[in-house]
Ligand binder design. Structure first.
Ligand code: FMN
Length: 396
């Protein structure tokens, strides 16, 4: 089981470290908690002891068994994460002060170190804190930037601890090795074609499957860019750009480099021949003429370089494999995932199922599961294919 050391310091947001611990556990990680003495004023070590199932170290001279824990702990863990990190601990780390257990542990740690600052805006923007953060970045520490929002001092501002899920995502993806240096491009969600200034034609794609694929690839260490539809409400933890109409998506895709491209977006086939001005009045009949949109996927497939892999997605009402094979050839893609148009799976649903179809005619059934689980299987198979054609390619 992979293990992370979670360092907790004396910020008002120390209680959020509980959620961070739980999030790691949900992902199958063990967590060893180390607290500064000051932080025990905010959360009791007993809480972390009970939830982690491990003793919590709060002092340089008490709580220790061998006395060498500051050296041994990191050797048996994947990473050291300080969340929340106070201005004080940031200053100590940047100067190499080791006057308590956590700062001694930091100096002795040869594993990746992640730090999530949390403090009031003035403290964060103070030249001293900025200088210390800059120095820590130069020393190779990964800084998980704080967010803007409502702070404990009852002010809106910068300095709020990054969301726990985002912190855990950043740590695991920062450590990901299987897809390190692989450039992954993902599109997700529905395109919208406006009829007038307020009405549009679209489809019910939520973007969930594409976002899950982008996240899964990032967790495996890939360099991910996600193009997500403006209409999608999905939260993302990877670099994300938004698009609306098919032409906008086409423009955003132009010239983008990738090793693996997942065209998960549900791109509309039709668009109004002309866009009406303002808002069409409710008067009599309305005839709208539709024309075809660009076949973006086919355009990209036709320019594909040797070691690139293109994965298409299709939703079909029946004859999945037959129709999927036909579409794979039409789009000139390498692999196609076809899922049924049926209630409970695919469009807007939490779950998915279907078939992965390969260029050489092989098919692989993917059983009904959450979209996250389906993504894991899709990525595993696509990665095998990518390694096969690129002779390992960029994969470690
Ligand atoms: C109620 C309260 C809330 C605090 N919140 C923060 C905070 O969010 N960020 C921070 O850098 N310091 C905060 N401080 C100041 C730190 O607790 C103080 O600098 C302390 O010495 C840090 O100890 P440590 O870095 O050893 O954990 C807070 C202090 C109090 C009394």
């Amino acid at each position: 089981m992979k293990k992370v050391i979670l360092g907790v310091t004396a910020s008002i947001s120390a209680y959020k470290a509980i959620e961070i611990l739980r999030e790691f556990q949900k992902r199958g990680w063990a967590v060893k908690v180390v607290m500064t003495e000051n932080s025990t004023n905010f959360v009791s070590p007993l809480t972390f002891r009970s939830l982690s199932g491990e003793d919590v170290i709060t002092s340089q001279f008490r709580d220790l068994k061998s006395g060498l824990e500051h050296i041994e702990l990191c050797e048996n863990s994947e990473a050291l994460l300080i969340a929340p990190a106070t201005a004080d601990v940031i200053a100590k780390f940047s100067c190499g002060i080791a006057d308590d257990f956590l700062s001694s542990l930091y100096l002795a740690c040869k594993k990746p170190v992640f730090l999530a600052p949390a403090m009031n805006e003035e403290m964060l923007l103070h030249p001293a804190t900025q200088r210390n953060l800059k120095r820590l970045k130069e020393d190779g520490v990964f800084i998980i930037e704080p967010e803007s929002g409502y702070l404990a001092c009852k002010e809106e501002g910068e300095g709020r601890l990054a969301e726990p899920k985002r912190i855990v995502f950043n740590v695991i993806s920062g450590l990901g090795k299987e897809m390190k240096r692989v450039k992954v491009l993902v599109t997700a969600g529905a395109t919208r074609e406006f009829i007038d200034d307020v009405r549009f034609i679209s489809n019910s794609s939520s973007g969930k499957q594409g976002v899950a694929i982008a996240h899964e690839a990032a967790l495996m260490g890939a360099d991910v860019l996600l193009l997500l539809s403006a209409s999608s409400c999905e939260k993302t933890f990877v670099k994300t750009e938004r698009f609306d109409a098919v032409d906008e998506l086409r423009k955003r895709l132009k010239g983008r480099d990738f090793d693996i491209f997942f065209m998960t977006a549900a791109v509309g086939d039709f668009k109004p021949v002309r866009r009406f001005k303002e808002k069409i009045k409710r008067e009599g009949k309305l005839n709208i003429e539709f024309g075809m949109t660009h076949d973006i996927l086919k355009e990209i497939s036709q320019k594909k370089r040797e070691h690139q892999v293109i994965v298409a997605f299709a939703a079909e009402a029946r004859d999945f494999i037959e129709r999927g094979k036909k579409k794979l050839l039409e789009k000139e893609a390498d692999i196609l995932f076809v899922n049924p148009v049926r209630s409970g799976v695919g469009f807007s649903a939490e779950e998915n199922e279907g078939y992965l179809i390969f260029r050489d005619g092989r098919t692989k059934r993917i059983e009904r599961a959450s979209k996250e689980k389906v993504s894991k299987t899709i990525i595993k198979r696509v990665l095998e294919y990518y390694k096969g054609i690129s002779g390992g390619g960029n994969v470690l």
